[in-house]
Structures are given as structure tokens and as C-alpha cells.
Write a protein that binds this ligand. Structure first.
Ligand code: XMP
Length: 327
């Protein structure tokens, strides 16, 4: 029997611009047939999957798509700005930007247990998104960036962690144009749709964002130290041609301090932990071997440019015994 959630054996792996173009043309037709003149809602995080779905829907139904980008305060530096620039300014999308930073950080204040933090972020996301949906009239469909691995491992990372998961209260018919694609195929399609490389080749980023990298109870100043150090790390990796080569790299700021010295004065500040790993499936992972001079440069930049930080630790532990993230 035909199963819409099963990839047909005859379906070719999309690995060339020509195959991507054929997929896009076919999806545009299918989306127009499914949606007609109705409206579609999409939670646009700026990740590869939701961005590709947004770009496809913009091509297929234009202004009938309503994108909602929720800034929960746990995004990386420059991310909300990039979403607005790419989708609203360049693709002329109907984009609602929700600044929910205070709301999330207030809810998270004092919460130090990792799973509790994840639950709060997930639940709050659904609430904010549902509130935005309730303000809109005449929405018939909910678009989602489900990809094939999400279907195959229905209790895989995305379905049980992701804050962008289906808000169950929102009872709309689903639109899932990339649900039969693997991640590498989504990237080829994204490239063909004209999305910027920074979006298409983006490293995996957890739904709860920087929240799980600001260890323990999140404070605004320590969260800023995570965001700023992450931006420096990404900038230096990009300069050294490592973007898209190292699987995942990020910084963590633990909730303890240590002594240091700057300009002859003693300091008592946080350390920044750097994690850069390679893996095939995130089940096991190895620390990436990197040029020592580059590592020293990153340490120097973080200790001199990030407020409240006097020390950098490089985490070279494989998974197992450590997980990739710190929480
Ligand atoms: P761990 O830390 O379990 O991470 O070795 C494996 C991969 O999963 C990502 N990760 C998450 N992704 N929501 C997500 O969407 C989460 O809560 C979450 N926790 C971990 C992590 O970044 C790594 O790529």
C-alpha cells in the first residue's frame, strides 16, 4: 500500500543542482495543489530545514505563507538579524518577528536542572507560537521542516528535543515538503533555492540553543559570554576554512569562577570551554584535531574580548564518555 511517509525505492538521491531543481519544480506544483488560496503558518527558526521549507513555500504561494520567528534570547549572535534580512528583506516573506527574550529568561531564572530548562524552553516556545497563531485569521495549514531521519527515528533527536516541534494545540493540516529528504539533500535544495551558504551549511544547533551551553541557572551576563565567545570561535573557524569541515563547534560557560590576572590585577571570572567535534551520526564523536596556533589565537581573543572571562579550557573528551553538549 502507498505510504506517504515512506521514501519510494525509485527516488533518486538529490545530489546535483539539476535534481534539486526538478524537486523544487515538482514541490511547487504539489504545494499549490495542496494549499490552493489558503494560508500556511511556519515556525521559522533559521535552521536549514525550516529555512528550506520557507523558501519553497515563498516560491509556491508567496504571501499566503506566514512565517513566525521567535527570538527566545538563546540564539547565536546575528541569527535573528539574518532571518529578517534573508526572508523579509530579500525574499519579501510575510514574517512576524517575536521578541520573547524577557519572557523566556524570566521563566528560566534560577532553574539549574538541564531537563527542566529544556522543558521550560519547549513549553514556552509552543505557548508563544500558539499566541501568535491565535492573532492570525484564516490559517488552514501548518508547515514543518520534518526530514526523513525524523520519520525514521521517530524518537530521534529532533522529535524528542526540538523546541520547533509540532505544537499539539494547533490543529492545522500539516505541510511537510522535505519529509522524504535526507539532510544532505535538503542542503542541495537550499543552495538551489538561493539561500546563503551560512544558512545552508550551518552546523547542527540544539533547539534549546545557547540555553544548554550556559551551564546551570542562566544569567544574562553569562549568556552574553556564551554568545560572544561562540561568535569569536565561529569567526576564527570560518577564517581558517573550517566552516562545514568540522561537524560541530561551540563554547560553553560553566557556572563557576577561577582566579586570573590582567594588567597586574587579580581577577575572579568565568572560564570558557571550547568543544569542536567530528562525528557521523552524533552517537559517538571525536575531538577535532586542530592547528595549535589557531587554538592559541582563539584563546587570546576570547580572554581579551569577552567580558567576565579570564580562562579558556579546550574539551578534548570523546563521546562516550562525554556527550557533545555539556547539558
Ligand atoms: P549530545 O550532547 O547528546 O548531542 O551528545 C548530540 C547532538 O544532539 C544535539 N542536541 C540537541 N538538539 N535539542 C536539539 O535539537 C536538544 O535539546 C539537544 N541536545 C543535544 C547536540 O547539539 C548534538 O549535535
Amino acid at each position: 500500500m502507498f505510504d506517504p511517509n515512506k521514501r519510494p525505492d525509485t527516488m533518486k538521491r538529490i545530489n546535483t543542482p539539476e535534481l534539486a531543481k526538478a524537486f523544487i519544480d515538482e514541490q511547487i506544483k504539489a504545494l499549490r495543489t495542496q494549499i490552493g488560496d489558503k494560508k500556511v503558518l511556519l515556525a521559522l527558526s533559521g535552521g536549514v530545514d525550516s529555512s528550506v521549507v520557507a523558501a519553497l513555500l515563498i516560491k509556491a504561494v508567496g504571501q499566503q505563507l506566514v512565517c513566525v520567528h521567535v527570538n527566545h534570547g538563546l540564539l547565536r549572535k546575528g541569527e535573528p538579524e539574518q532571518v529578517i534580512k534573508v526572508f523579509r528583506d530579500e525574499m519579501n516573506a510575510n514574517l512576524i518577528y517575536v521578541d520573547a527574550v524577557d519572557r523566556f529568561l524570566d521563566k528560566l531564572a534560577g532553574v539549574d536542572e538541564p531537563e527542566r530548562k529544556r522543558k521550560i524552553i519547549g513549553a514556552e516556545f509552543i505557548e508563544v507560537f500558539a499566541e501568535e497563531a491565535a492573532k492570525l485569521d484564516g490559517i488552514s495549514f501548518l508547515a514543518q521542516g520534518t526530514i526523513y531521519p525524523d520519520i525514521l527515528e521517530s524518537d530521534g533527536i529532533k522529535s524528542h528535543h526540538n523546541v520547533g516541534g509540532l505544537p499539539k494545540e494547533l490543529n492545522f493540516e500539516l505541510v511537510e515538503p522535505v519529509k522524504l529528504l535526507y539532510k544532505d539533500e535538503v542542503r542541495v535544495v537550499g543552495k538551489e533555492l538561493g539561500l546563503p551558504d551560512g544558512m545552508v551549511y550551518r552546523q547542527p544547533f540544539p533547539g534549546p540553543g545557547l540555553g544548554v551551553r550556559c551551564v546551570g541557572a542562566i544569567t544574562r551576563d553569562r549568556l552574553e559570554a556564551v554568545r560572544e565567545s561562540d561568535a569569536i570561535l565561529r569567526e576564527e573557524f570560518a577564517k581558517n576554512g573550517l566552516e562545514g569541515k568540522v561537524w560541530q563547534y561551540f563554547t560553553v560557560v560553566p557556572d563557576f569562577k577561577s582566579t586570573g590576572i590582567t594588567d597586574g590585577k587579580r581577577t575572579y571570572d568565568w572560564p570558557v570551554v571550547i568543544r569542536a567535534v567530528n562525528t557521523v551520526d552524533a552517537v559517538t564523536a571525536e575531538c577535532a584535531e586542530l592547528d595549535f596556533k589557531m587554538m592559541q589565537k582563539i584563546v587570546a581573543r576570547i580572554t581579551s574580548e569577552v567580558k567576565g572571562v579570564n580562562r579558556v579550557l579546550w574539551d578534548i573528551t570523546p563521546k562516550p564518555s562525554a556527550t557533545i553538549e555539556w547539558e
